[in-house]
Design a protein around this ligand. Structure first.
Ligand SMILES: Cc1cc2nc3c(=O)[nH]c(=O)nc-3n(C[C@H](O)[C@H](O)[C@H](O)COP(=O)(O)O)c2cc1C
Length: 145
C-alpha cells in the first residue's frame, strides 16, 4: 500500500458538545459527482471514532506542502491536537484548519463496516480551495510534488 502515493488530510469532526476532534488520514476518496459524495475510512480504535457517529459530520482538510508538522501532530495519540494550530469553524460547526489547500465539509449519509475501520460516506455540503501545493505521502515518508 505504501507504493500508492497519496495526499494527506486531517479529517475533523466534533463530539456532542461541539468539541473539535481530528486525525491524519490518507484513506480519503472521491466517490460520486451526482450526488457529490466522498468517503473516509476511520480506525475503530481512534479516539475520535465515536464522534463521527454522534455528529454525523466531518471535514477533510487537504494539507499543503508546508503542513507536515500538522500531519504528524494529528497522527499522534494522546496529544492536544488543536493547541496552537489556527483553525476556524465551518458551516457545519466542524473545525477547518487554516492553511489547508482544500476544505471539504460532509454530512455522513452511509457507514459501512471495513474490518478494523469504518467507511463513512459523506455528502459534500461545502468545498473550498486556496489552490496551493499538496503534501504527499509515499513509502512511509512525506514528500513534495
Ligand atoms: C499519512 C498517514 C495516513 C493515515 N491515514 C489514516 C486513515 O486513513 N484512517 C485512520 O483511521 N488512520 C489513519 N492514520 C493513523 C491516524 O492518524 C492515527 O492513528 C491517529 O493518532 C488516530 O487518531 P487518535 O489519536 O484520535 O486515536 C494515518 C496516519 C498517517 C501518518
Amino acid at each position: 500500500m505504501g507504493h500508492f502515493a497519496t495526499g494527506v488530510c486531517v479529517v475533523t469532526t466534533k463530539d456532542k458538545a461541539g468539541t473539535p476532534f481530528g486525525l491524519t488520514a490518507n484513506a480519503f476518496a472521491s466517490l460520486s459527482l451526482n450526488p457529490p459524495l466522498a468517503l473516509v475510512c476511520i480506525d475503530k480504535g481512534a479516539q475520535c471514532y465515536s464522534c463521527f457517529e454522534e455528529s454525523k459530520i466531518f471535514a477533510v482538510n487537504v494539507l499543503g506542502e508546508g503542513q507536515e508538522a500538522i500531519s504528524r501532530r494529528f497522527a499522534t495519540k494522546g496529544t492536544e491536537k488543536f493547541a496552537g494550530i489556527p483553525w476556524h469553524k465551518g458551516e457545519s460547526g466542524v473545525a477547518l484548519i487554516d492553511g489547508a489547500i482544500s476544505h471539504i465539509e460532509c454530512k455522513i449519509v452511509r457507514s459501512y463496516d471495513g474490518g478494523d475501520h469504518t467507511i463513512h460516506v459523506g455528502e459534500i455540503i461545502r468545498a473550498t480551495t486556496t489552490g496551493g501545493r499538496p503534501l504527499i505521502f509515499f513509502k512511509g515518508k512525506y514528500h513534495r510534488l
